[in-house]
Design a protein around this ligand. Structure first.
Ligand SMILES: *[C@@H]1O[C@H](CO)[C@@H](O)[C@H](O)[C@H]1NC(C)=O
Length: 180
């Protein structure tokens, strides 16, 4: 598996090698597509920051950022799918070698193929991720770290928060437009 950082470098590299009309991202439909949701944080310091990639709607690290570039998502058979991208993009979670003692954070990113590891689900309006092989205290615990990267928190929510990160939960929002 290609690590997210390497993946980003590969993307950047290919963007330099060949002219890519989509290098600045694919415009997000301003209005919510049928069956899709916005996904956002609702508390500081990421209040109304939305799930997306940068450039928007292309493969890359999952981040929380401006409502103007928000992706639109649905959960389909445990996969979190970006419905605003073409082709659809699926959210992947880093698979650690030692699942009994996983690292505190697991990276997440969007890829064009279905994720082979774990499943996403709504708990109320909260986005959760779980996998049988990893014990988590709170399946809705996320962290937002450097460059707004959204990562899985394998530990407790709000406890010994890794430096450079903040605790967040993220939630669906289904108004027609993503607001600030
Ligand atoms: C993207 O998906 C392909 C096909 O499943 C896989 O080979 C590749 O490792 C994935 N890349 C990342 C960064 O997940």
């Amino acid at each position: 598996m290609v690590k997210p950082a390497v993946f980003a470098a590969l993307l950047a590299g290919s963007a330099m090698a060949t002219p890519m009309p989509q290098a600045t991202g694919v415009p997000t439909p301003v209005t919510l597509l049928s069956g899709a949701y916005w996904i956002r944080a609702v508390s500081a310091p990421n209040f109304h920051k939305y799930l997306q990639t940068k450039p928007a709607n292309l493969p890359g690290t999952a981040i929380l950022d401006s409502h103007t570039t928000a992706g639109q998502f649905a959960i389909e058979s445990g996969q979190l799918v970006n419905k605003a991208s073409n082709p659809p993009l699926y959210l992947w979670v880093e698979e650690p070698a030692d699942k009994a003692n996983p690292p505190r954070t697991l990276a997440t990113w969007f890829n064009t193929t279905k994720s082979p590891f774990g499943a996403f689900a709504w708990q109320g309006d909260t986005l959760t991720w779980s996998v049988a092989s990893i014990k988590r205290q709170n399946v809705g615990a996320w962290l937002v770290c450097a460059k707004q990267a959204l990562v899985i928190n394998t530990g407790a929510y709000g406890y010994q928060t890794p430096s450079g990160c903040v605790d967040q939960t993220i939630h669906y929002y289904n108004d027609k437009t993503a607001n600030n």
